[in-house]
Design a protein around this ligand. Structure first.
Ligand SMILES: Cc1cc2nc3c(=O)[nH]c(=O)nc-3n(C[C@H](O)[C@H](O)[C@H](O)COP(=O)(O)OP(=O)(O)OC[C@H]3O[C@@H](n4cnc5c(N)ncnc54)[C@H](O)[C@@H]3O)c2cc1C
Length: 388
């Protein structure tokens, strides 16, 4: 089948990989003018890591990845408040765990198909018309084309979801925070292989040293959804300008940044992920948010299951889409519930909340307690074997 995929991120590249591998002809349509690389750091583990192994991209991911050793929470003068040994987590979830920039994971997947799969960059789907024979698409730039199926893999603010299912407000559940991330050159200090966190009530900034003398910063702060017309940089300066620690130095680096990532922290909750010949995957279907620390792995898993079910249903897309949803929807719902509970870890509202979070981090250094606290990060799902 000819399958149009909106979005060439982790989900889009992964579903293109599995569809190509099972004999279909996918076409990726990406709004950005070229493949998006870099971006914020992600932890990659769990069921998605197992799918990545089946995709044959583990070596590439490990090479691009960082084996983080410490998660360190500091106070306003840099004093250590809690210092967690990340190997404790590895002992719980196993060695199939690494951290890497989101774009490097997407690039590792894309490299496995880019010579075989058509990608249209700098364009987007304008209209979708489907009937019993297929789907007619018009584009913002390119001439119209016909496909058999369409997959919406275009993220939290999905265009395909809006065109087929309705406006974002019907599905978006705002979790009360905004997030920003950027990468800068030459920042000091570095603290290699340590993720350093600084919090004040309702705010967190994280710093992680990357290869090539680059540093990634992640900002999270509590705010109303549409509370301001200020630019993202102005919002960060307002929130973190007087926050203490290295915040002034970090904010000063923003002047030279032209690709600051900035968004709301929201989940997408939908009852159904498909309509006719159109299906959604990744954040477009069931974003769990950064609080879950597993969105990429879930997106890759969804891509594998969607293509696997199409294969199993011998191309009967209705049967396949129903099976895809039946297998994964309850799992994603449980991940969303778990993620929402983590908000206090990222942006505790009060000083007591921060004290308690640091206590929890310190407690994690004790194996049995860590198993109790972190035990529910394990993925409670059996990955089907489609023989693909
Ligand atoms: C700060 C932060 C930290 C995170 N940390 C982790 C973590 O530790 N571990 C983890 O696993 N996950 C993490 N996540 C979540 C993870 O990044 C997402 O779940 C994952 O990237 C979703 O992949 P996706 O392909 O569905 O969407 P996206 O990554 O958003 O990709 C969507 C793609 O579609 C394109 N697109 C958008 N609109 C259109 C359009 N109209 N037409 C064509 N193309 C379009 C975009 O340019 C993009 O390339 C984090 C997220 C954030 C924001």
């Amino acid at each position: 089948m000819k399958v149009a995929i909106s979005g060439a991120g982790v989900a889009g590249a992964a579903v293109a990989h599995w569809l190509y591998r099972t004999g279909h002809t996918p076409t990726l349509i990406e709004r950005a003018p070229k493949f998006r690389t870099g971006g914020y750091m992600i932890d990659f583990w769990g069921v998605g890591y197992q799918v990545a192994k089946r995709m044959g991209i583990e070596d590439r991911i490990r090479t691009a990845g960082y084996q983080i050793e410490r998660l360190r929470s500091v106070g306003s003068n840099g004093e250590v408040k809690a210092d967690m040994d990340v190997n404790v987590l590895r002992r719980i979830i196993g060695d199939d765990f690494t951290s890497l920039p989101r774009g490097d994971l997407a690039a590792a997947i894309y490299a496995s198909i880019e010579d075989n799969v058509e990608t249209i960059f700098g364009d987007g789907i304008a209209t979708i018309d489907q009937d019993s024979d297929g789907v007619h698409l018009t584009f913002e730039q390119s001439p119209p084309r016909d496909f058999d199926l369409v997959v919406g893999a275009d993220g939290l603010h999905s265009n395909v979801r809006r065109l087929i299912f309705g406006p974002d407000r019907n599905f978006e559940h705002y979790l009360g925070c905004k997030v920003a991330a950027c990468v800068v050159d030459g920042y000091r200090p570095r603290d290699d292989l340590s993720y350093v966190l600084y919090n004040t009530p309702g705010r967190q900034v994280g710093r992680f040293a990357l290869r090539g003398d680059r540093t990634m910063f992640l900002f999270i702060f509590r705010a109303e959804h549409d509370d301001t017309d200020e630019s993202p940089k102005a919002q960060l300066r307002n929130e973190f300008g007087d926050a203490g620690w290295e915040c002034r130095d970090i904010l000063a680096t923003l002047d030279d940044i032209d690709d600051l990532y900035f968004d709301v922290v929201s989940q997408i909750r939908m009852d159904g992920w498909s309509r006719g010949r159109i299906a959604l995957i990744g954040d477009a279907a069931g974003c769990i948010s950064l609080l879950g620390g597993e969105g990429t792995g879930l997106a890759i898993t969804e891509a594998y299951v969607l293509a696997g079910e199409l294969q199993r249903a011998d191309g009967d897309h209705r049967r396949a889409f129903d099976a895809y949803q039946a297998l994964l929807h309850p799992f994603i719902e449980s991940k969303q519930a778990g993620a929402a509970r983590f908000i206090g870890f990222f942006a505790a509202r009060t000083r007591f909340g921060l004290w308690f979070r640091n206590l929890a981090l310190r407690t994690m250094n004790f194996g049995p307690l860590a198993t109790l606290i972190a035990g529910n990060v394990r993925d409670d799902i059996e990955l089907p074997d489609y023989g693909i």
